[in-house]
Design a protein around this ligand. Structure first.
Ligand SMILES: Cc1ncc(C[n+]2csc(CCOP(=O)(O)OP(=O)(O)O)c2C)c(N)n1
Length: 289
């Protein structure tokens, strides 16, 4: 399989303009990966790209040359179905070879349809059964406290995922135990599996709910790196005794006009002609970046 994204190594010194171009290339990779697999979740992968870029290219303390570094920051993609975006970012960051991106969802591939640490050890947790990531992250945050370690744990959840009760038990626990070394990022794209939150179960107002559980909250445009990076940095630096929840307003299917805000693209792979149309649109957009 040919290289799907630019293989240049991750560097924290990339400018916002360079990161925007990288986001565009990542979206092309995501479309190609899911198209080649013939199944997968394009909508919620495209909505989380800038959030992952902000983490892996600016804020996380990590070292692709030493993936098991004990002091690394932890990241859990609790909305595991969005893993094509994570795999593409991990490749750009230097954790996995770009050549395997095209094996997404294939039998024996490390890139399973939901993140599986048994096959891809760089992952911090297996996810995809929604609702569990914050609880797992709490375990890591508590471990850091017990071990007197300075690493921070970030968890990304979906706004449909957060309709599940376990999240709120976890939110209550983290607030009560003052886990300021824990950050939850809500990919607030206003849709879940088969429709809009407002028509199913709207968790709004999200920030107010987390605040009621003792969390610090920040609301941002989750596609604007000028908002994403400072929000992540301030969460990483938090020492005031409150976990942080970043409510990131995003667009499901971001970057591909026929996928944007269209619930039909939650869990359907584009056909070859749709891959071509999406890539053409993203390449045209790249010329303006
Ligand atoms: C426990 C559990 N129940 C149901 C599902 C099926 N499922 C997969 S994705 C999804 C919707 C998730 O919506 P959201 O969290 O908003 O994700 P996004 O819109 O960002 O893709 C559901 C219900 C699952 N993966 N796990």
């Amino acid at each position: 399989m040919s290289t799907l994204t630019d293989a240049s190594p991750a560097t924290r010194s990339e400018s916002i303009a360079e990161l925007k171009r990288r986001a565009n290339r990542l979206r092309i990779a995501i479309i190609k990966m899911i198209g080649a697999a013939g199944s997968g979740h394009p909508g919620g992968s495209l909505s989380e790209v800038e959030l992952l870029l902000g983490l892996y290219f600016r804020v996380l303390r990590h070292n692709p040359k030493d993936p098991n570094w004990p002091d690394r920051d932890r990241f859990i993609l609790s909305k595991g179905h969005g893993c094509p975006a994570l795999y593409a970012v991990l490749a750009d960051a230097g954790y996995i070879d770009h050549s395997i991106l095209g094996t997404l969802r294939k039998l024996g591939s490390p890139l399973q349809g939901h993140p599986d640490k048994r096959f891809l050890p760089v992952l911090e947790a297996n996810t995809g059964s929604l609702g569990q990531g914050i609880s797992v992250g709490i375990g890591m945050a508590l471990a850091a406290r017990l071990d007197k370690k300075g690493y921070h744990t970030f968890v990304m959840v979906g706004d449909g995922e957060i309709e599940e009760g376990q999240n709120w038990e976890a939110a209550m626990f983290a607030g009560y135990h003052k886990l300021d070394n824990l950050t939850v990022i809500v990919d607030y794209n206003h849709q879940q599996l088969d429709g809009f939150l407002k028509d199913i179960l709207d968790p709004a107002p999200l920030a107010e709910k987390f605040e009621a559980f003792g969390w610090r909250t920040v609301e941002i445009d989750g596609h604007d790196l000028e908002e994403v990076i400072p929000a992540l940095e301030s969460a990483r630096a938090e020492t005031g005794g409150r976990p942080t929840c970043i409510v990131a307003n995003t667009i499901k299917g971001k970057g591909v006009s026929f996928m944007e805000n269209n619930p039909e693209w939650h869990g359907v792979a584009p056909k070859p002609e749709q891959v071509a149309a999406a890539v053409a649109e993203l390449e045209t957009a790249a010329k303006k970046l």
